[in-house]
Design a binder for this molecule. Structure first.
Ligand SMILES: NC(=O)C1=CN([C@@H]2O[C@H](COP(=O)(O)OP(=O)(O)OC[C@H]3O[C@@H](n4cnc5c(N)ncnc54)[C@H](OP(=O)(O)O)[C@@H]3O)[C@@H](O)[C@H]2O)C=CC1
Ligand SMILES: O=C(O)[C@@H]1CCC=N1
Length: 267
């Protein structure tokens, strides 16, 4: 078991994960935060302002980097004292490879890329894990911790990490755009905004829940919505013409994933 995870940089993503772990009933003593300006920590979670304070406490056996990828180069030297040979370094940093983590924290026991999304706050996040240097027991401990946030998955091929980041890490951003656009389209065609927003949200929520529970895929489900000779098919035809939606999403994921390589180069 990981006794204490020190979250270094507890903003939107780190904060969502911490909230998810606490909501799952995991003891608050198993978490600590290092963040210079975070207004407050959740009850029971110790908050350090300086790396030296966390190093003096020496209570953690894993750290999770939750600051921006662009900060790695500047921050890593000051964090060496927190990443000794008994400590596993986990990283949320988009684009930053295991080799870059190993080079930034050479003494650490293992290096793990972790890619969750903001639904960690409600324990509904995929969490993709890609490690180097861990033994079976260490892998199992990590998996159990991250699986509490939703569904943890090992990815052995690191070359795919930027792509899964685009799909699963950035994915909620694209889904929110879709919900917003669905509501906005209905407003443009004459519906009141509050009704349109509520209907769009409840529809996406219900459709997603049904897709999760169904024993057929979303493609087939879409066809079931389209009653023969009915209305839905006309709308699907618009999305499907020249694979319009598919092409748009391919371009979306490509642009997102390519930024990962750029972040890596800049680090
Ligand atoms: N947002 C998301 O949905 C996802 C984000 N990620 C990854 O998570 C990481 C954080 O992103 P996000 O949460 O969106 O960004 P935020 O800016 O919300 O979080 C970064 C946090 O790090 C803090 N910080 C800044 N400097 C330091 C420092 N010297 N020591 C410790 N903490 C510091 C920031 O404090 P302050 O605000 O005061 O500067 C802030 O609390 C990124 O690497 C990103 O790639 C991964 C998956 C999804
Ligand atoms: O936008 C980003 O870079 C991060 C990574 C995935 C989601 N947010």
């Amino acid at each position: 078991m990981i006794n204490q995870l020190l979250i270094i940089g507890c903003g939107n993503m780190g904060g969502a994960m911490l909230a998810g772990w606490l909501a799952a009933g995991i003891d608050s003593l198993r978490f600590a935060i290092l963040d210079p300006a975070l207004p407050e920590a959740p009850e029971g979670v110790v908050l350090y302002r300086e790396a030296t304070e966390a190093a003096a406490a020496n209570a953690h056996d894993a750290v999770m980097l939750g600051f921006k990828p662009q900060q790695l180069r500047d921050l890593a030297p000051g964090l060496q004292g927190l990443a000794g040979e008994d400590v596993t370094v986990c990283s949320l940093l988009a684009g930053i490879t295991r080799a870059q983590l190993a080079s930034a924290f050479p003494q650490a026991k293992g290096h793990v890329r972790v890619m969750p999304n903001l639904a960690a706050r409600v324990n509904r996040s995929p969490v993709i894990l890609c490690e180097s240097g861990l033994e079976d027991a260490g892998r199992a401990d990590l998996f159990a911790l991250y699986d509490a946030l939703g569904t943890a998955i090992w990815l052995e091929e690191e070359s795919r990490f930027d792509l899964v980041t685009a799909l699963a890490g950035s994915g909620p951003g694209f889904v929110y755009r879709f919900i917003d656009a669905l509501a906005g389209a209905a407003v443009e065609l004459g519906l009141d905004r509050d009704v349109a927003e509520e209907l769009a949200l409840v529809t996406v929520d219900g459709a997603s829940a049904l897709a999760s529970a169904a024993d057929i895929g979303p493609g087939e489900l879409a066809d079931r919505v389209a009653s023969p000779g009915g209305m839905t098919r006309e709308g699907l035809n618009v999305l499907d013409e020249d694979a319009a939606l598919r092409r748009l999403l391919t371009a979306t994921l490509r642009a997102t994933a390519e930024k990962g390589a750029e972040l890596s180069k800049g680090a």
